[in-house]
Design a binder for this molecule. Sequence first.
Ligand SMILES: Cc1ncc(COP(=O)(O)O)c(C=O)c1O
Length: 423
Amino acid sequence: MYMNSQTLDLQDPLKRFRERFHIPQRDGKDLTYLCGNSLGLQPKTAREALNHELDTWQQLGVEGWFESLHETTPSWLSYHERCQQPLADIVGARPAEVCPMNALTVNLHLLLESFYQPKFYKTKILTIAGDFPSDQYALETHIRSRGLDPDQNLIEIQPGSDGLIATAAIQQAIAQHADQLALVLMSGLNYYTGQVYDMQAIAQTAWEHGIYVGFDLAHAIGNVPLNLHEWNVDFATWCSYKYLNGGPGAVSGVFVHERHHTPKTPRLAGWWGYDEDRRFKMTKGFVPMAGAAGWQLSTPNILALSVHKAAIDITAEASMAALRQKSEQLTAYLAQVLEPFADHIRVLTPSHPTQRGCQLSLLVKNDGKALFNFLTDAGIIGDWREPDCIRLAPTPLYNTFRDVWQVGEGLDRFFSRRPFAAR
Ligand SMILES: Cc1ncc(COP(=O)(O)O)c(C=O)c1O
Protein backbone atom coordinates (compact mmCIF):
# COMPACT_ATOMS: atom_id res chain seq x y z
CA MET A 1 0.00 0.00 0.00
CA TYR A 2 1.33 3.45 -0.82
CA MET A 3 1.87 6.36 1.56
CA ASN A 4 -0.95 8.62 2.64
CA SER A 5 -1.19 11.57 0.25
CA GLN A 6 -2.13 14.01 3.01
CA THR A 7 1.05 13.22 4.95
CA LEU A 8 3.11 13.70 1.78
CA ASP A 9 1.41 17.03 1.06
CA LEU A 10 2.08 18.24 4.60
CA GLN A 11 5.77 17.42 4.19
CA ASP A 12 6.02 19.13 0.78
CA PRO A 13 8.46 22.09 1.00
CA LEU A 14 7.06 23.53 -2.26
CA LYS A 15 3.40 23.46 -1.28
CA ARG A 16 3.20 27.27 -1.01
CA PHE A 17 3.77 27.55 -4.78
CA ARG A 18 0.38 26.06 -5.63
CA GLU A 19 -1.27 29.24 -4.32
CA ARG A 20 0.59 31.23 -6.94
CA PHE A 21 -1.42 29.57 -9.74
CA HIS A 22 -5.02 29.66 -10.87
CA ILE A 23 -6.22 26.07 -10.62
CA PRO A 24 -9.07 25.50 -13.11
CA GLN A 25 -12.34 24.61 -11.43
CA ARG A 26 -15.54 22.76 -12.22
CA ASP A 27 -18.68 23.27 -10.12
CA GLY A 28 -16.64 25.34 -7.66
CA LYS A 29 -14.08 22.57 -7.06
CA ASP A 30 -10.44 22.47 -8.17
CA LEU A 31 -9.87 20.12 -11.08
CA THR A 32 -7.11 17.55 -10.78
CA TYR A 33 -4.98 19.15 -13.47
CA LEU A 34 -2.28 16.75 -14.71
CA CYS A 35 -1.78 18.37 -18.10
CA GLY A 36 1.17 20.72 -17.52
CA ASN A 37 2.99 18.76 -20.24
CA SER A 38 0.59 20.34 -22.71
CA LEU A 39 -0.36 23.71 -21.20
CA GLY A 40 0.92 24.88 -17.83
CA LEU A 41 -1.40 26.81 -15.54
CA GLN A 42 -1.70 30.56 -15.24
CA PRO A 43 0.49 32.19 -12.60
CA LYS A 44 -1.47 34.75 -10.60
CA THR A 45 1.27 37.30 -11.32
CA ALA A 46 0.68 36.99 -15.09
CA ARG A 47 -2.26 39.39 -15.19
CA GLU A 48 -0.45 41.95 -13.09
CA ALA A 49 2.64 41.78 -15.31
CA LEU A 50 0.53 42.09 -18.44
CA ASN A 51 -1.48 44.99 -17.01
CA HIS A 52 1.73 46.73 -16.10
CA GLU A 53 2.87 46.72 -19.73
CA LEU A 54 -0.57 47.79 -20.92
CA ASP A 55 -0.30 50.71 -18.47
CA THR A 56 3.18 51.51 -19.78
CA TRP A 57 1.88 51.53 -23.33
CA GLN A 58 -1.12 53.63 -22.28
CA GLN A 59 0.96 56.18 -20.36
CA LEU A 60 4.26 56.29 -22.20
CA GLY A 61 3.45 55.22 -25.75
CA VAL A 62 6.64 54.70 -27.74
CA GLU A 63 8.77 55.97 -24.85
CA GLY A 64 8.08 52.60 -23.22
CA TRP A 65 10.98 51.21 -25.25
CA PHE A 66 13.39 53.34 -23.23
CA GLU A 67 11.57 54.15 -19.99
CA SER A 68 9.55 52.17 -17.51
CA LEU A 69 6.86 53.09 -15.02
CA HIS A 70 8.74 51.43 -12.15
CA GLU A 71 12.43 51.06 -11.60
CA THR A 72 11.87 47.38 -10.79
CA THR A 73 10.49 46.66 -14.25
CA PRO A 74 12.61 46.81 -17.40
CA SER A 75 12.12 49.15 -20.33
CA TRP A 76 10.92 47.20 -23.35
CA LEU A 77 14.30 47.51 -25.03
CA SER A 78 16.00 45.52 -22.31
CA TYR A 79 13.11 43.15 -21.57
CA HIS A 80 14.85 40.10 -23.02
CA GLU A 81 17.86 40.77 -20.77
CA ARG A 82 15.72 40.42 -17.66
CA CYS A 83 14.63 36.99 -18.86
CA GLN A 84 18.18 35.77 -19.42
CA GLN A 85 19.22 35.04 -15.82
CA PRO A 86 16.12 33.01 -14.88
CA LEU A 87 16.28 31.12 -18.19
CA ALA A 88 19.99 30.47 -17.71
CA ASP A 89 19.28 29.09 -14.23
CA ILE A 90 16.60 26.79 -15.62
CA VAL A 91 18.65 25.35 -18.51
CA GLY A 92 22.11 25.44 -16.92
CA ALA A 93 23.64 28.09 -19.11
CA ARG A 94 25.39 31.45 -18.96
CA PRO A 95 22.92 34.32 -19.33
CA ALA A 96 24.38 35.41 -22.67
CA GLU A 97 23.80 31.90 -24.04
CA VAL A 98 20.00 32.16 -23.82
CA CYS A 99 17.40 34.50 -25.20
CA PRO A 100 13.60 34.38 -25.38
CA MET A 101 12.29 34.73 -28.93
CA ASN A 102 9.78 33.51 -31.53
CA ALA A 103 8.13 30.10 -31.35
CA LEU A 104 9.82 26.71 -31.18
CA THR A 105 9.48 25.58 -34.80
CA VAL A 106 10.56 29.00 -36.07
CA ASN A 107 13.64 28.77 -33.86
CA LEU A 108 14.39 25.26 -35.11
CA HIS A 109 14.61 26.59 -38.65
CA LEU A 110 16.78 29.51 -37.55
CA LEU A 111 19.14 27.24 -35.65
CA LEU A 112 19.27 24.75 -38.52
CA GLU A 113 20.37 27.65 -40.68
CA SER A 114 23.29 28.17 -38.31
CA PHE A 115 24.22 24.61 -37.40
CA TYR A 116 23.27 22.47 -40.39
CA GLN A 117 26.20 23.00 -42.73
CA PRO A 118 26.17 20.08 -45.18
CA LYS A 119 29.56 19.66 -46.85
CA PHE A 120 30.92 17.03 -49.23
CA TYR A 121 29.88 13.62 -47.82
CA LYS A 122 28.72 15.06 -44.49
CA THR A 123 25.18 16.05 -45.38
CA LYS A 124 23.00 13.92 -43.10
CA ILE A 125 21.04 14.73 -39.97
CA LEU A 126 20.57 12.04 -37.32
CA THR A 127 17.32 12.14 -35.38
CA ILE A 128 14.91 9.80 -33.64
CA ALA A 129 11.87 8.22 -35.27
CA GLY A 130 8.52 9.44 -34.00
CA ASP A 131 9.80 12.78 -32.74
CA PHE A 132 7.23 15.57 -32.49
CA PRO A 133 5.63 16.08 -35.94
CA SER A 134 6.53 19.78 -36.15
CA ASP A 135 10.20 18.85 -35.75
CA GLN A 136 9.88 16.20 -38.45
CA TYR A 137 8.28 18.72 -40.83
CA ALA A 138 10.97 21.28 -40.00
CA LEU A 139 13.75 18.79 -40.76
CA GLU A 140 12.13 17.52 -43.95
CA THR A 141 11.47 20.96 -45.41
CA HIS A 142 14.72 22.48 -44.19
CA ILE A 143 16.79 19.76 -45.84
CA ARG A 144 14.77 20.25 -49.02
CA SER A 145 15.33 24.03 -48.87
CA ARG A 146 19.07 23.31 -49.15
CA GLY A 147 18.47 21.45 -52.40
CA LEU A 148 18.88 18.03 -50.75
CA ASP A 149 16.56 15.05 -50.55
CA PRO A 150 15.25 14.37 -47.01
CA ASP A 151 14.82 10.67 -47.83
CA GLN A 152 18.57 10.46 -48.46
CA ASN A 153 19.71 12.85 -45.74
CA LEU A 154 17.68 12.06 -42.67
CA ILE A 155 18.63 9.09 -40.51
CA GLU A 156 15.96 8.12 -37.99
CA ILE A 157 16.77 5.81 -35.09
CA GLN A 158 13.89 3.40 -34.53
CA PRO A 159 12.63 2.48 -31.07
CA GLY A 160 13.10 -1.03 -29.68
CA SER A 161 10.27 -3.47 -28.93
CA ASP A 162 9.54 -1.59 -25.67
CA GLY A 163 8.83 1.56 -27.69
CA LEU A 164 11.91 3.32 -26.27
CA ILE A 165 15.28 4.33 -27.69
CA ALA A 166 18.34 3.53 -25.57
CA THR A 167 21.01 6.20 -25.30
CA ALA A 168 23.56 3.56 -26.31
CA ALA A 169 21.66 3.05 -29.59
CA ILE A 170 21.87 6.78 -30.29
CA GLN A 171 25.59 6.86 -29.49
CA GLN A 172 26.15 3.81 -31.66
CA ALA A 173 24.28 5.40 -34.57
CA ILE A 174 26.36 8.58 -34.24
CA ALA A 175 29.57 6.54 -34.37
CA GLN A 176 28.31 4.37 -37.24
CA HIS A 177 27.26 7.29 -39.46
CA ALA A 178 29.80 9.86 -38.25
CA ASP A 179 31.53 10.30 -41.60
CA GLN A 180 28.22 11.28 -43.23
CA LEU A 181 26.69 13.33 -40.42
CA ALA A 182 26.44 17.09 -40.38
CA LEU A 183 24.18 17.29 -37.33
CA VAL A 184 22.39 15.41 -34.54
CA LEU A 185 19.02 16.97 -33.73
CA MET A 186 16.42 15.39 -31.46
CA SER A 187 14.20 15.98 -28.46
CA GLY A 188 15.74 15.83 -25.03
CA LEU A 189 12.55 14.32 -23.63
CA ASN A 190 10.16 12.42 -25.87
CA TYR A 191 6.69 13.99 -25.94
CA TYR A 192 4.92 10.64 -26.42
CA THR A 193 6.86 8.16 -24.30
CA GLY A 194 8.04 10.59 -21.63
CA GLN A 195 11.57 9.18 -21.96
CA VAL A 196 14.48 11.49 -21.12
CA TYR A 197 17.54 10.87 -23.25
CA ASP A 198 20.99 11.19 -21.75
CA MET A 199 21.74 14.52 -23.41
CA GLN A 200 25.17 14.78 -21.82
CA ALA A 201 26.29 11.40 -23.20
CA ILE A 202 24.80 12.13 -26.63
CA ALA A 203 26.49 15.56 -26.77
CA GLN A 204 29.77 14.00 -25.68
CA THR A 205 29.64 11.35 -28.43
CA ALA A 206 28.71 13.94 -31.06
CA TRP A 207 31.55 16.17 -29.83
CA GLU A 208 34.06 13.33 -30.08
CA HIS A 209 33.07 12.86 -33.71
CA GLY A 210 33.11 16.60 -34.47
CA ILE A 211 29.36 16.76 -35.13
CA TYR A 212 27.09 19.55 -33.93
CA VAL A 213 24.26 18.55 -31.62
CA GLY A 214 21.02 20.37 -30.85
CA PHE A 215 18.00 19.53 -28.69
CA ASP A 216 14.30 20.34 -28.74
CA LEU A 217 13.61 20.88 -25.05
CA ALA A 218 9.85 21.50 -25.25
CA HIS A 219 9.15 18.75 -22.72
CA ALA A 220 12.39 18.98 -20.79
CA ILE A 221 12.62 22.64 -19.80
CA GLY A 222 11.33 23.30 -16.30
CA ASN A 223 10.80 19.55 -15.96
CA VAL A 224 14.22 17.90 -15.69
CA PRO A 225 17.63 19.25 -14.67
CA LEU A 226 19.61 20.62 -17.60
CA ASN A 227 23.22 21.73 -17.78
CA LEU A 228 23.52 22.75 -21.41
CA HIS A 229 26.72 24.76 -21.07
CA GLU A 230 28.66 22.07 -19.23
CA TRP A 231 27.29 19.34 -21.47
CA ASN A 232 28.72 21.20 -24.46
CA VAL A 233 25.42 21.18 -26.33
CA ASP A 234 25.75 23.39 -29.41
CA PHE A 235 22.21 24.73 -29.45
CA ALA A 236 18.72 24.14 -28.13
CA THR A 237 15.26 25.60 -28.29
CA TRP A 238 12.06 25.08 -26.30
CA CYS A 239 8.56 26.34 -25.77
CA SER A 240 7.42 27.95 -22.57
CA TYR A 241 3.74 27.07 -22.51
CA LYS A 242 4.26 23.68 -20.85
CA TYR A 243 6.34 23.48 -17.67
CA LEU A 244 7.28 27.17 -17.77
CA ASN A 245 3.60 28.23 -17.59
CA GLY A 246 3.97 31.13 -20.06
CA GLY A 247 0.44 30.80 -21.54
CA PRO A 248 -0.95 29.44 -24.81
CA GLY A 249 1.52 30.03 -27.65
CA ALA A 250 3.94 31.70 -25.24
CA VAL A 251 7.30 32.91 -26.43
CA SER A 252 10.00 30.29 -27.07
CA GLY A 253 13.70 30.68 -26.41
CA VAL A 254 17.08 29.56 -27.68
CA PHE A 255 20.37 28.41 -26.24
CA VAL A 256 23.53 28.91 -28.30
CA HIS A 257 26.75 27.73 -26.68
CA GLU A 258 29.18 30.59 -26.15
CA ARG A 259 31.79 29.03 -28.41
CA HIS A 260 29.48 29.93 -31.32
CA HIS A 261 29.08 33.56 -30.27
CA THR A 262 31.01 34.93 -33.19
CA PRO A 263 29.83 37.00 -36.14
CA LYS A 264 31.17 34.17 -38.32
CA THR A 265 28.44 31.76 -37.22
CA PRO A 266 26.01 31.83 -40.14
CA ARG A 267 22.49 32.96 -39.41
CA LEU A 268 19.37 34.52 -40.84
CA ALA A 269 19.37 38.02 -39.45
CA GLY A 270 16.92 40.77 -38.63
CA TRP A 271 17.28 44.15 -37.01
CA TRP A 272 16.56 42.96 -33.48
CA GLY A 273 19.67 40.80 -33.56
CA TYR A 274 21.75 43.80 -34.63
CA ASP A 275 24.24 45.32 -32.20
CA GLU A 276 21.95 47.21 -29.83
CA ASP A 277 24.19 50.26 -29.50
CA ARG A 278 24.04 50.89 -33.23
CA ARG A 279 20.66 49.38 -34.12
CA PHE A 280 18.83 52.64 -34.55
CA LYS A 281 21.52 54.14 -36.77
CA MET A 282 19.86 52.04 -39.47
CA THR A 283 23.07 51.42 -41.39
CA LYS A 284 23.88 48.76 -43.96
CA GLY A 285 25.74 45.53 -43.10
CA PHE A 286 24.62 43.18 -40.32
CA VAL A 287 26.55 43.38 -37.04
CA PRO A 288 25.18 40.82 -34.54
CA MET A 289 24.63 41.47 -30.85
CA ALA A 290 26.92 39.38 -28.69
CA GLY A 291 25.43 36.08 -27.54
CA ALA A 292 22.18 34.29 -28.23
CA ALA A 293 20.44 37.69 -28.45
CA GLY A 294 22.16 38.04 -31.82
CA TRP A 295 19.76 35.39 -33.19
CA GLN A 296 16.73 37.64 -32.61
CA LEU A 297 15.05 38.81 -35.78
CA SER A 298 12.02 40.89 -35.00
CA THR A 299 10.68 43.29 -32.41
CA PRO A 300 9.73 41.15 -29.41
CA ASN A 301 6.12 40.89 -28.31
CA ILE A 302 6.41 42.67 -24.98
CA LEU A 303 2.92 41.70 -23.81
CA ALA A 304 3.83 38.02 -24.27
CA LEU A 305 7.28 38.55 -22.74
CA SER A 306 5.77 40.15 -19.64
CA VAL A 307 3.78 37.00 -18.89
CA HIS A 308 6.76 34.82 -19.79
CA LYS A 309 8.97 36.68 -17.34
CA ALA A 310 6.40 36.53 -14.55
CA ALA A 311 6.19 32.77 -15.08
CA ILE A 312 9.90 31.93 -15.32
CA ASP A 313 10.60 34.02 -12.23
CA ILE A 314 8.48 31.53 -10.26
CA THR A 315 10.32 28.49 -11.63
CA ALA A 316 13.69 30.12 -10.98
CA GLU A 317 12.60 31.07 -7.45
CA ALA A 318 11.48 27.51 -6.66
CA SER A 319 14.79 26.28 -8.19
CA MET A 320 15.14 23.31 -10.50
CA ALA A 321 16.86 21.28 -7.78
CA ALA A 322 13.89 21.56 -5.40
CA LEU A 323 11.37 21.08 -8.22
CA ARG A 324 13.14 17.97 -9.39
CA GLN A 325 13.24 16.52 -5.90
CA LYS A 326 9.49 16.88 -5.49
CA SER A 327 8.88 15.81 -9.09
CA GLU A 328 10.67 12.50 -8.58
CA GLN A 329 8.52 11.82 -5.52
CA LEU A 330 5.28 12.80 -7.23
CA THR A 331 5.96 10.64 -10.28
CA ALA A 332 7.15 7.69 -8.18
CA TYR A 333 3.88 8.04 -6.26
CA LEU A 334 1.91 8.03 -9.51
CA ALA A 335 3.76 4.87 -10.58
CA GLN A 336 2.76 3.24 -7.26
CA VAL A 337 -0.84 4.33 -7.66
CA LEU A 338 -0.91 2.71 -11.11
CA GLU A 339 0.60 -0.61 -10.01
CA PRO A 340 -2.69 -2.32 -8.99
CA PHE A 341 -4.00 -1.70 -12.52
CA ALA A 342 -1.08 -3.37 -14.30
CA ASP A 343 -3.46 -5.86 -15.96
CA HIS A 344 -5.11 -2.98 -17.80
CA ILE A 345 -2.43 -0.36 -18.12
CA ARG A 346 1.18 -0.60 -19.26
CA VAL A 347 3.38 2.36 -18.38
CA LEU A 348 5.40 3.15 -21.49
CA THR A 349 7.67 5.68 -19.76
CA PRO A 350 10.90 4.20 -18.34
CA SER A 351 10.71 3.38 -14.65
CA HIS A 352 14.16 4.70 -13.74
CA PRO A 353 13.96 8.30 -12.47
CA THR A 354 16.97 9.42 -14.53
CA GLN A 355 15.10 8.36 -17.68
CA ARG A 356 11.87 10.19 -17.06
CA GLY A 357 10.54 13.61 -16.08
CA CYS A 358 7.20 14.12 -14.40
CA GLN A 359 5.07 12.59 -17.18
CA LEU A 360 3.95 8.98 -17.34
CA SER A 361 2.47 7.70 -20.59
CA LEU A 362 -0.09 4.98 -20.02
CA LEU A 363 -0.94 2.47 -22.71
CA VAL A 364 -4.42 1.23 -21.97
CA LYS A 365 -5.00 -2.33 -23.14
CA ASN A 366 -8.65 -1.96 -24.00
CA ASP A 367 -11.07 0.90 -24.34
CA GLY A 368 -8.51 3.57 -23.42
CA LYS A 369 -10.67 6.38 -24.75
CA ALA A 370 -13.52 5.34 -22.45
CA LEU A 371 -11.14 5.46 -19.49
CA PHE A 372 -9.84 8.85 -20.56
CA ASN A 373 -13.39 10.23 -20.89
CA PHE A 374 -14.31 8.74 -17.53
CA LEU A 375 -11.33 10.42 -15.83
CA THR A 376 -12.11 13.73 -17.54
CA ASP A 377 -15.74 13.54 -16.36
CA ALA A 378 -14.41 12.82 -12.87
CA GLY A 379 -12.38 16.06 -13.04
CA ILE A 380 -8.99 14.43 -13.72
CA ILE A 381 -7.42 16.25 -16.64
CA GLY A 382 -4.70 14.46 -18.60
CA ASP A 383 -4.37 14.25 -22.34
CA TRP A 384 -5.06 11.67 -24.96
CA ARG A 385 -2.74 10.58 -27.78
CA GLU A 386 -4.07 8.24 -30.44
CA PRO A 387 -4.38 5.30 -30.58
CA ASP A 388 -4.26 4.24 -26.91
CA CYS A 389 -2.17 6.55 -24.79
CA ILE A 390 -3.12 8.70 -21.79
CA ARG A 391 -0.41 11.10 -20.64
CA LEU A 392 -0.48 12.26 -17.03
CA ALA A 393 2.02 14.81 -15.79
CA PRO A 394 1.99 15.76 -12.10
CA THR A 395 4.01 18.97 -12.03
CA PRO A 396 5.80 19.92 -8.83
CA LEU A 397 4.95 23.64 -8.89
CA TYR A 398 1.22 23.22 -8.43
CA ASN A 399 0.26 19.55 -8.20
CA THR A 400 -0.25 17.78 -4.90
CA PHE A 401 0.14 14.17 -3.83
CA ARG A 402 -3.60 14.21 -3.34
CA ASP A 403 -4.02 15.00 -7.06
CA VAL A 404 -2.08 11.83 -7.80
CA TRP A 405 -4.10 9.83 -5.29
CA GLN A 406 -7.25 10.99 -7.12
CA VAL A 407 -5.99 9.14 -10.20
CA GLY A 408 -5.98 5.90 -8.23
CA GLU A 409 -9.51 6.62 -7.05
CA GLY A 410 -10.65 7.31 -10.61
CA LEU A 411 -9.06 4.11 -11.96
CA ASP A 412 -10.51 2.07 -9.15
CA ARG A 413 -14.00 3.35 -9.88
CA PHE A 414 -13.64 2.79 -13.61
CA PHE A 415 -12.27 -0.73 -13.44
CA SER A 416 -14.48 -1.95 -10.59
CA ARG A 417 -17.62 -0.64 -12.24
CA ARG A 418 -16.70 -2.18 -15.55
CA PRO A 419 -14.39 -5.13 -14.92
CA PHE A 420 -11.85 -5.55 -17.69
CA ALA A 421 -12.93 -9.14 -18.55
CA ALA A 422 -16.53 -8.08 -19.09
CA ARG A 423 -15.72 -5.35 -21.60
C1 LIG B 1 8.31 18.43 -28.66
C2 LIG B 1 7.67 19.59 -29.36
N1 LIG B 1 8.30 20.15 -30.42
C3 LIG B 1 7.74 21.18 -31.09
C4 LIG B 1 6.52 21.69 -30.73
C5 LIG B 1 5.94 22.82 -31.53
O1 LIG B 1 6.06 24.05 -30.88
P1 LIG B 1 5.60 25.40 -31.56
O2 LIG B 1 4.15 25.28 -31.88
O3 LIG B 1 5.86 26.45 -30.50
O4 LIG B 1 6.43 25.61 -32.77
C6 LIG B 1 5.84 21.16 -29.64
C7 LIG B 1 4.52 21.68 -29.24
O5 LIG B 1 3.85 21.19 -28.38
C8 LIG B 1 6.42 20.07 -28.95
O6 LIG B 1 5.81 19.48 -27.91
